[in-house]
Design a protein around this ligand. Structure first.
Ligand SMILES: *Cc1c(COP(=O)(O)O)cnc(C)c1O
Length: 403
């Protein structure tokens, strides 16, 4: 027996509402059952009323689902919600953050094109460009993130795309996104921003002039370390090509994961506020400790780009990196002395994590490349979670005592 239900009062009521209202409500298509929370649709295909209906839906003459590699109601709900939060016309969900980057480049670039990438991006992003896209004739050069003149000078006549992560990992460097957008557009190139560290709760790159935002939803959008996913968002005309690639090649997001991310988005801003508040307290405290040489956190006035961070972001994020007095052994003793914080390289979780970049995320770089990237042997990265900040401080104090 199915229940007759007025499923109305949804999207049409969301004109002009604020970020938190969109985070909780955007994109929901309530089914005739009248469920209050978002439904999961675990189905690979869809039935048609008649052969003619099937033909019309396949031809695109009548809107509707055909196959879940193309569209799925739960995935679409997530796409519409994240598009609303980023201020994008359209978003396309993918099976991971890396799949989002692959879909962006595969849909926008061809053999013979040139891409500029900021030097300090996620390790797998560099591997994707170096090992794979280069094989298909896409040339890649790397530019120091903050160096606007360096970006302008690195252009070639065939430069199609700029790809940046701001803030960067693990040293929290920034680029002025509005200024870099202007440079990109004056040369006819697109600017894509990996907004994983800030999320739309702290930074909305499209509103600053970027053309595309990508996410590893695996991080703060889930926020609870449960699953992988990604998203590409931007103008409909650009997303049309991304949709085409994802539908054809199939790095599609599962409806169950889309549902996890939908639920994650509902608490995104309050979680980010709590992450940022604890990170700030710990960064300020660390900066006062005699065992610490230097703290990298854009919320501190000592950070070289503190003013830009205040202008460009509404919070400073949850990644705090610092150099301890001593070398690798001292850093390892610090890490091993912690008892609450998890020793892992992941971030964007309720659980605080601690890692030694020089021997993990950046371990495959040569010593010279590491030095060039500013990754010292005495550098430690903490991604601050949602535990009591007093307990986190006590845990870091154990690390300091072990130096
Ligand atoms: C984790 C991460 C990625 C890759 O995302 P996956 O979901 O692991 O594929 C890309 N960019 C940044 C900044 C990341 O932290």
């Amino acid at each position: 027996m199915s229940i007759e239900w007025d499923a109305g009062r949804l999207d049409s009521d969301l004109e002009g509402v604020g970020f938190d209202t969109l985070a909780v409500r955007a994109g929901q298509q309530r089914s005739p059952e009248g469920e209050h929370s978002e439904a999961i649709f675990p189905t690979s295909s869809y039935v048609f009323r008649t052969a003619a209906d099937a033909a019309a839906r396949f031809a695109g003459d009548v809107p509707g689902n055909v196959y879940s590699r193309y569209t799925n109601p739960t995935v679409r709900n997530f796409e519409e919600r994240i598009a609303a939060l980023e201020g994008a016309e359209q978003a396309v969900a993918t099976s991971s953050g890396m799949a989002a980057i692959m879909a962006l480049v595969m849909s926008q670039c061809s053999a013979g094109d040139h891409v500029l990438v900021s030097r300090s991006v996620f390790g797998s992003t560099i591997s994707l460009f170096e090992k794979y896209f280069k094989r298909f004739g896409v040339a890649v050069d790397y530019v120091p993130l903050a160096d606007l003149n360096g970006w302008a000078e690195a252009f070639k006549p065939n430069t199609k795309l700029l790809f940046v992560e701001s803030p960067s990992n693990p040293l929290a460097e920034l680029v002025d996104i509005a200024a870099l957008s202007e440079i990109a557009h004056s040369k006819g190139a697109l600017l894509a921003v990996d907004n994983c560290f800030c999320t739309p709760a702290l930074q909305q790159p499209l509103k600053l002039g970027a053309d595309v935002v990508i996410h590893s939803a695996t991080k703060y959008i889930d926020g609870q370390g449960r699953t992988l996913g990604g998203v590409v968002a931007g103008r409909a005309e650009l997303m049309k090509e991304v949709v085409g690639f994802v539908r054809t090649a199939g790095p599609t997001l599962s409806p169950f994961n889309a549902w996890i991310f939908l639920k994650g988005l509902e608490t995104l801003r309050i979680r980010m506020q709590a992450h940022c508040s604890s990170a700030m307290q710990l960064a300020q405290w660390l900066e006062q400790q005699p065992g610490i040489e230097r703290v990298y956190y854009a919320g501190l006035p000592s950070h070289a780009q503190h003013e830009l961070a205040k202008r460009q972001q509404s919070g400073f994020g949850a990644v705090v990196s610092f150099e301890v007095k001593g070398g690798k052994e001292a850093a390892w003793r610090f890490i091993d002395a912690t008892r609450v914080i998890s020793i892992t390289t992941n971030l964007g979780d309720t659980k605080t994590t601690i890692a030694h970049p020089a021997t993990t995320s950046h371990g495959r770089l040569s010593e010279a490349e590491r030095a060039n990237a500013g990754i010292g042997d005495n550098l430690i990265r903490v991604a601050v979670g949602l535990e009591d900040v007093a307990d986190l401080q006590a845990d870091l104090a154990r690390g300091l005592a072990a130096l």
